[in-house]
Design a protein around this ligand. Structure first.
Ligand SMILES: *Cc1c(COP(=O)(O)O)cnc(C)c1O
Length: 541
């Protein structure tokens, strides 16, 4: 490994613009770029190296003493890092919300890093700040659809914010509930407000016993982090059972009333617009009514499903989202933007002022610094990637992508239904579904067996599903994730299921058929399958 010299003169060279377009750096760039493109055309996992083996390459906790040549370091990154990365671009990688990106993001990423703007303050992001405000405005418009004059009034107003751009859905959810908290426990005569006086003083002042946030059991775990960091406490995240995968408005209303009658205050009701586990959408319109009746904030977590609003055909699934006080949307999910692009949008552009922060050297009164209302401080210009994508795809482009993902999910659900070795567990509302592998005769017996036998058989099937998922992942040709879900068909007990997110536009129905074939082959080879299939023994296994 080449060891570079240590002198300021040499280090200055790293900061100096290369003179020729065929310079050493340009060669390194080309080399890296070629390698990445090669990598992305391969299987899901390129080398069968165990995690423990990979850890060996990253086991030294000592800062290197001497500099290294960029060229030799690039080589080492290719060997240690790129070679063992997960190919999320593969059309057979259908297990997660992270998927392939359009290739135009590669040159755009160079622009982003090249300019290195900091969105915390105008002084380091003069053009990027208006751009980010415009992006927030376009997304706000997609959700809330106010008129042109309304947007002209608020888009670039120093005293308002249509939303907060952030690193992802987690920070967006935290931001939304932070705004809700500060609004509910805001300043009054004799009280400085929670932002200044803290939670203990706020509870005393407002006579609150406990404050809670309510969602269904399918609510994303980031909500649990949110109530933790906001001082509300994880015990006060009220997660209601949802055997049918969506939050029942009647249950939400009853539980919300009961909670408040006990002397507690419900801060927010959260509806999910596309759950992470099954892709279901809560009945948002009805939940908006419930929130109004309970007198609490209504937040919609549409981190994943929000992009459905681009589709005229499918946006009706999210009906009622426009009544939310705040909405989370991740551009790095179904908007095909690189990771690090989340947004919290506020129906009322005044609301973000409840968290507004001023400092002497930046974020001065009256400045348009975005950092005054964002949780994060220094932030890069990821909004540019959203801006570019919105222009390059246009609403109609996104509509096509969303529509084809959903119709592919429906086609896959039909394939699963028609296949004797599989059982569809949750049908797709959007482009996410769950299913499991299970011998056909067992599926017949399991439905009519007594609860004890049913649980025993389900345990065996669970083990089989876990095994198949692991072996398929290790084989490296394709990837499907797994989770556990309570199933109304099985006495509300949890069962293990495969989880599929159809995001990559290049995934074909043939790819999906091959994945089922592979799973069926792996399953039929397992001892558990053979045991389960001996129908005469079924009731005694
Ligand atoms: C992905 C997701 C989140 C979290 O977003 P990150 O970008 O991973 O922080 C929150 N809620 C839902 C519904 C999600 O799908």
């Amino acid at each position: 490994m080449g060891e570079a010299q240590v002198s300021l003169e040499h280090l200055f060279r790293v900061f100096t613009k290369p003179e020729h377009k065929d310079s050493k750096l340009a060669q390194i760039e080309q080399h890296l770029s070629d390698n990445i493109l090669d990598f992305l055309s391969q299987h899901v996992v390129t080398k069968k190296t165990s995690l423990e083996e990979i850890e060996q390459d990253f086991s030294d906790a000592l800062v290197p003493e001497s500099p290294e040549f960029v060229s030799s370091h690039a080589e080492s990154l290719l060997n240690k890092l790129v070679a063992h990365s997960v190919n999320t671009y593969s059309p057979t990688f259908i297990g997660h919300m992270t998927s392939a990106l359009p290739y135009f993001h590669l040159p755009l990423a160079k622009l982003l890093v090249g300019l290195n703007q900091n969105l915390v303050k105008i002084e380091t992001s003069k053009a990027f700040t208006p751009l980010e405000r415009q992006v927030l405005g376009m997304m706000h418009n997609l959700v809330y659809g106010q008129d042109e004059n309304w947007y002209q009034q608020y888009l670039h107003s120093a005293r308002h914010a249509l939303g907060a751009f952030c690193s992802g859905g987690t920070v967006a959810n935290i931001t939304a509930l932070w705004v809700a908290r500060n609004k509910l426990l805001g300043p009054q005569k004799g009280f400085a407000g929670v932002a200044k006086a803290g939670l203990a003083a706020a509870y005393r002042h407002y006579g609150i016993n406990n404050m809670g946030v309510m969602c269904s059991k399918r609510g994303h775990y980031s909500l649990s982090k949110a109530v933790d960091v906001l001082g509300i406490g994880r015990d006060n995240l009220i997660t209601l059972p949802c055997p049918l995968q969506t939050l029942s408005p009647e249950l939400a209303l009853a539980e919300g009333k009961r909670y408040q009658e006990e002397g507690n205050r419900l801060l927010a009701l959260v509806g999910v617009g596309g759950t992470t586990e099954t892709g279901h959408v809560d009945p948002l319109d009805e939940l908006a009514d419930v929130a109004r009746e309970l007198g609490c904030w209504f937040h919609v977590d549409a981190a994943w499903g929000g992009a459905t609003l681009f589709s005229k055909t499918h946006r009706a699934h999210l009906k009622g989202i426009e009544r939310a006080d705040s909405v989370t949307i991740d551009a790095h999910k179904q908007m095909y933007v690189p990771m690090g692009a989340g947004m919290a949008l506020f129906r009322n552009p005044q609301d973000a002022n409840t968290v507004r922060h001023h400092a002497q050297y930046i974020l001065r009164q009256g400045s348009k610094d975005l950092g005054a209302t964002t949780l994060e401080g220094s932030r890069n210009g990821m909004a540019m990637m959203v801006y570019a994508s919105l222009h390059i795809f246009g609403r109609r482009g996104y509509e096509l992508l969303i529509d084809q993902s959903i119709s592919k999910a429906k086609a896959f659900a039909s394939m699963i239904d028609a296949h004797p070795d599989f059982e569809l567990i949750t049908a797709p509302t959007l482009s996410l579904l769950t299913y499991r592998v299970c011998p056909e005769n067992v599926r017949q017996v399991i439905k009519t067996a007594n609860p004890e036998t049913r649980a025993r058989l389900n345990n065996k099937v669970d083990g089989l599903v876990v095994n198949v998922q692991k072996l398929q992942r290790e084989a490296g040709k394709s990837f499907v994730s797994r989770t556990r879900l309570e199933s109304p068909d099985y006495d509300g007990r949890s069962i293990t299921v495969f989880r599929v997110v159809l995001a990559n536009p290049l995934t074909t129905e043939q790819d999906l058929a091959n994945i089922l074939d592979e799973q069926s082959r792996i399953a039929r080879d397992r001892h558990a399958w053979k045991e389960l299939s001996k129908s005469e023994d079924l009731l005694t296994v």
